[in-house]
Write a protein that binds this ligand. Structure first.
Ligand code: NDP
Length: 331
């Protein structure tokens, strides 16, 4: 019987995950389909309940559901528990297990961005959603000693900091209000900045103005495109990377969890890049740029400039409800 794997998000149209996962199933002789389920928050519990049937190998969960899905699974792995976010679900009988493969995906991206330099100690994280939780945990476990989290709704950043209380007890993890002057002051003390907001997803918006980005920062945008944020950071003299490598490696880890097989990484990367070149929209990023990927994949080395134009072939409406019930951008 053909098994099913689904991506649950809102919206999920034109997801790049489908291109890479379906190709991987086909390549490895796994009789499975990867489907996109667009479910608003109100439909999440029913969607998760459906996964308990024998038809399913599991699911990916994406924006804006990664935190909401936590109480809906029966067990969480350590990484899902410690982050409070789930992006991958597997099934054991009728029991659902929540995993967080964004964490290893982020680590691969950070290691590639840092390259041969000494791992920095100070970072600024913009955003406090499910993706930001994986980023913060990845930074803590890489030995960062000071992480400042900025978010539009300060209480969400404070909730994140509280959640990591014990894990971060040996270092400084702080939430700060989203004021440009405060962000600028913190960037001046940091070596790494990560955009984990969805600002710039399918739009030309940027979380912070280019003028406040100091040179020589290492800049990662989780959005899978040449965002304005990355272009302006690069113009300021920073090394930049987009979300492709993280997307690839979180997807590869999920593939292995569903199938028990190593992921065909090169093929998955090739399919991602083909989909991107075809102008599809990533569920974890934004529309493809005409100039190709802004990051190297498994076969490349070192960060790659995010310059160049972005040709938007298709665009999903990025508006949806935030966990607070307020409008927010999603993939
Ligand atoms: P969530 O919905 O959980 O969080 C969204 C975040 O963006 C929140 O911090 C939210 O702030 C902020 N935000 C959204 N709209 C605005 C706005 N207009 N102004 C200010 N802040 C805003 O999403 P995720 O954490 O799951 O995803 C965040 C981004 O990271 C997305 O672009 C996603 O595609 C990307 N991502 C990429 C991955 C990859 O593999 N490359 C993996 C995971 C995520 P507030 O709380 O105030 O609403």
């Amino acid at each position: 019987m053909t098994k099913r794997v689904v991506l649950i998000g809102h919206p999920v149209a034109h997801s790049l995950s489908g291109a890479m996962q379906q190709a991987a199933f086909d390549d490895q002789g796994i009789d499975a389909t990867y489907e996109l389920w667009d479910r608003p928050p109100i439909g999440l519990a029913d969607a998760i309940a459906e996964l308990r049937s024998d038809d399913f190998l599991g699911a990916n969960v994406t924006i804006p559901h990664k935190e909401r899905v936590v109480p809906l699974v029966d067990r969480q792995t350590d990484e899902a528990h410690v982050t409070g976010a789930v992006n991958t679900v597997t099934r054991e009988g009728r029991r659902l297990i929540g995993h967080n493969t964004d964490v290893p995906g982020f680590r691969v991206a950070l290691d590639r961005l840092v390259g041969k330099q000494k791992m920095p100690r100070n970072a600024v994280v913009l955003g406090a959603g499910g993706g930001a939780r994986a980023v913060v945990y990845g930074l803590i476990t890489e030995g960062f000693q000071r992480i400042i989290v900025f978010n539009r709704h300060l209480h969400r950043a404070e909730g994140l900091v509280k959640h990591f209380g014990r894990t971060a007890s040996h270092m400084e993890l702080r939430a700060m209000p989203w004021h440009e002057s405060i962000i600028e002051a913190e960037l001046a003390k940091s070596k790494v900045v990560v955009n984990a907001t969805s600002i710039g997803l399918g739009t030309g918006d940027t979380p912070i103005p280019g003028e406040i980005i100091p040179p020589e920062l290492l800049v990662l945008d989780l959005i899978y495109s040449k965002t304005r944020f990355l272009r302006e950071a690069e113009a300021a003299g920073c090394q930049v990377m987009d979300g492709e490598l993280m997307l690839l490696h979180q997807g590869a880890a999920a593939f292995t969890l569903w199938t028990g097989k190593p992921a065909p990484l090169e093929l998955m990367q090739q399919k991602l890049q083909e989909a991107r070149a075809a102008g599809l929209l990533s569920a974890e990023g934004e529309p493809a740029g005409a100039g190709g990927p802004a990051t190297p994949g498994s076969g490349s080395s070192g960060p790659v400039a995010a310059g160049g134009g972005t040709a938007v072939a298709e665009r999903a409406d990025p508006s949806t409800d935030s966990p607070d019930g307020e409008p927010g951008s999603t993939d």
